[in-house]
Design a protein around this ligand. Structure first.
Ligand SMILES: Nc1ncnc2c1ncn2[C@@H]1O[C@H](COP(=O)(O)OP(=O)(O)OP(=O)(O)O)[C@@H](O)[C@H]1O
Ligand SMILES: [Mg+2]
Length: 282
């Protein structure tokens, strides 16, 4: 009897190794970024570029600042009173934090999906129509709703129940609804902070398949705890770790390594990355 060898993370990543870094258009250029909550520096000295029509994953142990970092890409940290962001985030070459930039417009262009699906307590239709209505995009609203649900691979499951409450959908459907809600306002980038960690394996696969589809039109950044998921979906992967001060006191998130996902999972340059991706991290 032959046994089936499980694929390594490196093999999984190599299966879809598409990114050709030098040709990629840069969507975000992060330069020497740091975020502090009051006097606690959560993450520091981060520089990296996020490429258009690619999936970029942030991985690393709990508390290394992945959520803090991803929130810098659509100025969500502005909503945390104690948070202070320093350094630069250039979005298509322009300073995302410049005085004249409207954070509300930023969050339309750069949508976000969270760990726990958070539909509004409204009908499926009204959830998707909400953003366009706020923006005054009222022409062809039904077409817009249908198109967003189609692109989020949810239309077939909900087309006959658009007037029903979104809260009646399964967790996986709710998460695709939240993705559709982002798409309805025609974003450029979709940020996802552990979008599948509350979902069952089948729903997770659907979200991962969706990411492969969506990256043709959008730029996707995800945080994931699941390294298999990073290997499966991401073109580029950034590994973050926690730097502990010599006295054992302050803990700060740092970027250890950023590269093509296939490189991170086969021949990482840094021993800390290797220890983490091979499960030797303590
Ligand atoms: N709103 C906040 N106020 C104060 N400190 C915060 C806040 N959000 C995060 N932190 C702190 O910043 C550090 C990084 O947290 P963050 O949530 O970004 O990590 P993470 O890598 O996303 O962790 P996890 O994998 O557990 O989600 C932690 O020490 C955390 O306590
Ligand atoms: Mg987090």
């Amino acid at each position: 009897m032959s046994s089936i060898e499980p694929m390594t993370l490196g093999q999984i990543a190599q299966e879809h190794d598409e990114v050709e870094t030098p040709k990629r258009e840069v969507v975000f250029a992060v330069e020497d970024l740091a975020v502090a909550y009051a006097s606690n520096v959560a993450i520091r000295e981060v520089s990296l570029e996020v490429y258009k029509n690619a999936v970029t994953a942030f991985i690393g142990p709990s508390g290394c600042g992945k959520s803090t970092f991803i929130r810098c890409f659509n100025r969500m940290n502005d909503l945390v009173p104690s948070a202070k962001v320093t350094g630069n985030v250039l979005y298509h070459g322009k300073d995302l934090y410049a005085d004249e930039v409207d954070p509300v417009e930023v969050r339309r262009r750069i949508g976000m999906v969270f760990q726990k699906p958070n539909p509004f307590p409204k009908s499926i239709y009204d959830n998707i129509a909400f953003g366009p209505r706020v923006l005054g995009l009222k022409d062809n609203l039904s077409d817009r709703v249908e198109s967003a649900l189609q692109r989020a691979a949810l239309w077939d499951e909900v087309k006959d129940r658009l007037k029903e409450s979104a809260l009646g959908l399964s967790g996986g459907q709710q998460q695709r609804l939240c993705i559709a809600r982002c798409l309805a306002v025609e974003p450029d980038v979709i940020l996802m902070d552990e979008p599948a960690s509350a979902l069952d394996p089948i729903s997770t696969t659907r979200i991962e398949d969706l990411m492969h589809e969506l990256k043709r039109e959008y730029t996707i950044v995800i945080v994931t705890h699941n390294m298999q998921q990073a290997a499966r979906v991401a073109d580029m992967t950034a590994f973050f770790s926690v730097d502990v001060a010599p006295d054992g006191g302050k803990r700060t998130g740092i970027l250890v390594e950023y590269d093509r996902t296939s490189k991170i999972f086969t021949t990482p340059a840094d021993k800390r990355t290797e220890d983490y991706v091979t499960g030797r991290f303590g």
